[in-house]
Design a protein around this ligand. Structure first.
Ligand code: C2O
Ligand code: CU
Length: 495
């Protein structure tokens, strides 16, 4: 995701020469005092093929994704940006658990890209992380991803190159349960985003400005945010001042509208596709019954609002009342909000400035959620401990892990079959939504299954997972600016 060293480029070149030959080890061009990449399972290796075979790949679903540059109408404001297929968000991809997604990606952007399938326990060489799991998809070229989606749930997709996800390159990925246990009448996928691209800057410019640290802020384009604070997030809420906040690609002044029937049961699938904003979400006049987070089921619990970090998802059921209701997603700590409408009857729409009382009602926290029986990890003592200190700060913009910025040649070693425990120790004064690729961990405290979890400032979050998906996997902050400036590392399965 960040500037690639010459060393890893060389390695990637050799990797490609070996594609298709089965278990080809990384050819490390240089040894260093850290990890020797040849020790780890190769993304195209035999172990990865074996893990994929165990998923019993089903019917193949073909989709085409075109990453394109062009104008997008946010609702009266037209921006030049990058999207999948010209719409914002990109059209949802749907398949059933156990089916195989075969996605042809055409890169119509002026630069390299990739597609990462966030949250899916997929085969390593489909994970979309150049140069670790594939070569970048060069401008004007194509790439085909093919993987089995083993678990039902609400997922999404975005590039894993630079801060591209802070443009319009995102879309929902819905994996349906062939034996869906919930009963509901309809679904509404709600994608939340913080928007800057094409409005006085690009995400690349924002990143460059942030990386100068506070010292550079006077000369910059004024995208830095000072004083965004939130008690729920333990203090500093975000680094970037966004001009707009969107629900399903729409501004509050021309909102997305869900048209439904009073009395019907609606399944909300909420996705935070933002880059530097947690959203506090409520549907005015309604209680939400939370059924899933990050795709995995929880024991259903009622809430008035949800706090959703970047990369996190929640599914919730609501029984629709009669009228017109605001869905408000407050940009937590930033004094602004995204807005959409639910309409089941006649009446005039509430104004975008409305702040339903539910926003300050019950906000279900991780500690109040319990994994559903089927989602619980079996009890077992960990056999491997990995300590990841989240380090750095806003002043120098030197976010890192264990005091170092991302190093593509460094791996935290784990072994297939282990129960791995990771301590995410936040030594910084800011919250971080930490995401692990290829696995859904469990919070050690209550077993809640997540692939992205908020770690508050000064706190430690202990998570555990079973090492059952061989390969090399990123673990990083889903604040794209933190990740890009270094808060990212990778786990490597020993061969
Ligand atoms: Cu949403 Cu490393 O990804
Ligand atoms: Cu962070």
């Amino acid at each position: 995701m960040r500037t690639v060293s010459r060393r890893s480029l060389l390695r990637a070149g050799l990797t490609v020469a070996g594609l298709g030959a089965g278990a080809v080890a990384f050819a490390a061009c240089e040894r260093d005092d850290q990890s020797d990449a040849t020790q780890f399972v190769h993304p195209d290796g035999a172990e990865v093929n074996a893990a994929e075979a165990l998923r019993k790949p089903g019917v193949v679903r073909d989709v085409t994704l075109r990453a394109v540059a062009g104008p997008v109408d946010l609702g009266g404001v037209t921006v030049n940006t990058w999207t999948y297929g010209g719409g914002l968000p990109g059209s949802a991809i749907r398949l059933k658990a156990g089916e195989v997604l075969r996605a042809s990606v055409h890169n119509g952007l002026p630069t390299d890209t990739s597609v990462h399938w966030h949250g899916v326990a997929l085969r390593n060489n489909a994970d979309g992380v150049p140069p670790m799991t594939q070569q970048p998809i060069a401008a004007g070229s194509q790439f085909r991803y093919q993987f089995t989606a083993p678990d039902p749930g609400t997922y999404w997709l975005h590039p894993h190159v630079g801060p591209q996800l802070d443009r319009g390159l995102y879309a929902p990925l819905i994996v349906e349960d062939p034996a869906e246990p919930l009963s509901y009448d309809d679904e509404w996928v709600v994608v939340l985003d913080d928007w800057i691209d094409g409005v006085g800057g690009t995400p690349d410019e924002v990143l460059a400005e942030l990386r100068q640290g506070m010292g550079g802020m006077h000369g910059g384009g004024g995208h830095m945010m000072m004083g965004a604070t939130s008690a729920l997030l333990g203090g500093d809420a975000g680094d970037v001042a966004y001009p707009h906040y969107l629900v399903n690609g729409r501004l509050p002044s021309a909102p997305a509208v869900y048209q439904g029937r009073a009395g019907s049961r609606l399944r909300l699938r909420l996705i935070n596709a933002g880059s530097d904003t947690a959203f506090r979400v409520a549907l005015g006049g309604h209680v939400m019954r939370v059924t899933h987070t990050d795709g995995f089921p929880v024991e259903p619990i009622d809430t008035d609002a949800l706090l959703i970090g970047m990369g996190e998802r929640y599914d919730a059921l609501v029984t629709l009342a009669d009228g017109v209701f605001p869905l408000v997603a407050v940009a937590e700590g930033k004094d602004a909000a995204a807005f959409a409408l639910v309409r089941t009857g006649s009446g005039s729409a509430p104004a975008p400035v409305v702040r339903p009382k539910e926003l300050n009602g019950r906000i279900v926290a991780y500690r109040q959620l319990r994994p559903a029986e089927a989602a619980r990890l079996p009890g077992r003592e960990p056999t491997r401990n990995v300590v990841l200190k989240l380090t750095g700060g806003m002043m120098a913009y030197d976010w890192g892990i264990n005091g170092k910025p991302f190093d593509p040649d460094h791996f935290e070693a784990i072994r297939a079959g282990e129960r791995v425990q990771i301590d995410l120790v936040n030594t910084t004064t800011m919250w971080h939504p930490m995401h692990l690729h290829g696995h859904t961990f469990a919070l050690e405290s209550n077993g809640l299954r997540k692939d992205t979890a908020i770690v508050l400032p000064g706190q430690k979050l202990r998570v555990v997972f079973d090492a059952d998906n061989p390969g090399v996997w990123m673990i990083h902050c889903h604040n794209i600016y933190h990740a890009e400036s270094g808060m990212m590392t990778q786990l490597g399965y020993l061969r």
